[in-house]
Design a protein around this ligand. Structure first.
Ligand code: FDA
Length: 352
């Protein structure tokens, strides 16, 4: 386990200075001013992610398929199973997200739960990782709390019979209390249920303390939503600092935490801490998104760490895809390039 996790492409100013500095010593990234255009683009893409009408339009465009394929494992369960098999062959673990969120009716929520049950059955039948991630807005949280709860319970009951693990993703801050409350109320009967905490939220330190005390499995991520400064850290350096503090707490005292980031500085800190304090690969895992930093995923696996890839599939990819664009402005250039290339050479019919 000897590799360094800083990429040759990484700007010196982003690297962690030698040794193992305290949390407050995570170096500042570029200045606030230099990041203003990046922040504006992020806000734009996150706002577009919420535009359902745009989503309906975009998902019909054949042009977008190849671009989406970078981040989404396909439209059908069979597509996803083939991808998951390839990832397993490369030594990676997986969790499956059946795409969809913010459903508008109880029927749509019940149908989404049914897709999860079918996915769990298919994973078990194929001998693949029985691990899924779901969103409560997809289970009907905003439509009817009872329907939402019943949907999640249905999935958990099937998961229990298959020995599967279910993680509830965290959506915007308006849903944090409801998400934690539902997870807390279901865990006594369903211990194989975990949740996500976002380092960006100011409340997260308290939430981590409670979840650690309750032995709930936590995935720690930075946070993918546009949040107001009243509840969230806006500056990326502040989010990173809180990530380090929470990550170290989880690694030392958490129950099999998941460190979900592609940020090499943070991954290196986790690796350094784990090595120094004898926290082995059986005590935690790294998690990354499908299609993001495959090189890093493979390097960590080669070094003996567990890496779980978050594999989304399904037709409702629009908001997920827009959040991926928001995370990295360079992806916009990638998308535009793909568009131009596709104009010149039309997509083969078999493209996902
Ligand atoms: P950061 O954004 O600083 O990126 C670090 C580096 O990673 C970049 O420099 C780039 O190289 C690479 N990178 C990151 N994102 C990329 C992208 N989209 N395309 C290409 N390269 C990219 N959020 C949430 O609010 N609720 C949730 O439940 C989850 N669940 C979740 C599960 C898993 C497994 C992961 C990995 C992430 C999430 N997230 C999430 C998303 C998370 O909050 C965050 O938005 C992204 O992980 C991006 O942040 P990073 O930590 O990678 O750092």
């Amino acid at each position: 386990m000897g590799a360094m996790y800083d990429s040759p492409r990484m700007d010196q100013s982003e690297g962690i200075a030698g040794g193992d500095p305290s949390a407050s010593a995570v170096p500042a990234r570029r200045s606030r001013l230099a990041r203003a255009p990046e922040r504006a683009l992020r806000s734009l893409f996150l706002a577009l992610a919420r535009r359902r009408s745009l989503g309906r339009f975009a998902t019909r465009l054949p042009l977008t398929r190849a671009m989406v394929a970078r981040f989404v494992a396909g439209q059908t369960l069979d597509d996803a199973l083939a991808t998951i098999q390839r990832l397993h062959d490369a030594g990676l673990s997986t969790t499956v997200d059946v795409l969809g969120e913010s459903v508008a009716s109880a029927d749509a929520a019940v149908a989404a739960a049914e897709r999860y049950v079918r996915t769990l059955d298919a994973l078990a039948a194929a001998g693949l990782d029985r691990n899924v991630s779901l969103k409560l807005s997809q289970m009907g949280l905003a439509v009817d709390g009872q329907v939402c709860r019943a949907n999640v319970e249905r999935i958990l009951e099937r998961a229990a019979t298959l020995g599967a693990f279910v993680r509830v993703d965290m959506e915007d801050h308006a849903t944090t209390d409801a998400t934690l409350a539902l997870v807390r109320s279901l865990r006594p009967r369903h211990p194989e249920l975990g949740v996500v905490i976002q380092a960006a939220l100011r409340r997260s330190s308290n939430d981590i303390d409670s979840l650690v005390a309750e032995s709930t499995r936590v995935r720690l991520c930075k946070g993918a939503y546009n949040e107001p400064a009243s509840v969230a850290f806006i500056d990326r350096a502040d989010v990173d600092r809180q990530f380090v503090v929470l990550m170290e707490r989880l690694l030392r005292r958490g129950t099999y935490p998941a460190i979900a980031t592609h940020d090499e500085r943070l991954i290196r800190r986790a690796v350094n801490l784990a090595r120094r304090e004898g926290i082995g690969p059986d005590r935690f895992e790294f998690q990354m998104l499908y299609g993001v930093r495959r090189d890093l995923q493979e390097r960590l696996v080669a070094d003996g760490w567990t890496v779980r890839v978050y594999v989304p599939y399904g037709a409702e990819w629009y908001p997920y895809f827009m959040r991926r664009l928001a995370e990295r402005p360079a992806n916009v250039a990638f998308v535009l390039r793909s568009l131009l290339q596709e104009r010149r050479a039309p997509l083969p019919k078999s493209a996902p």
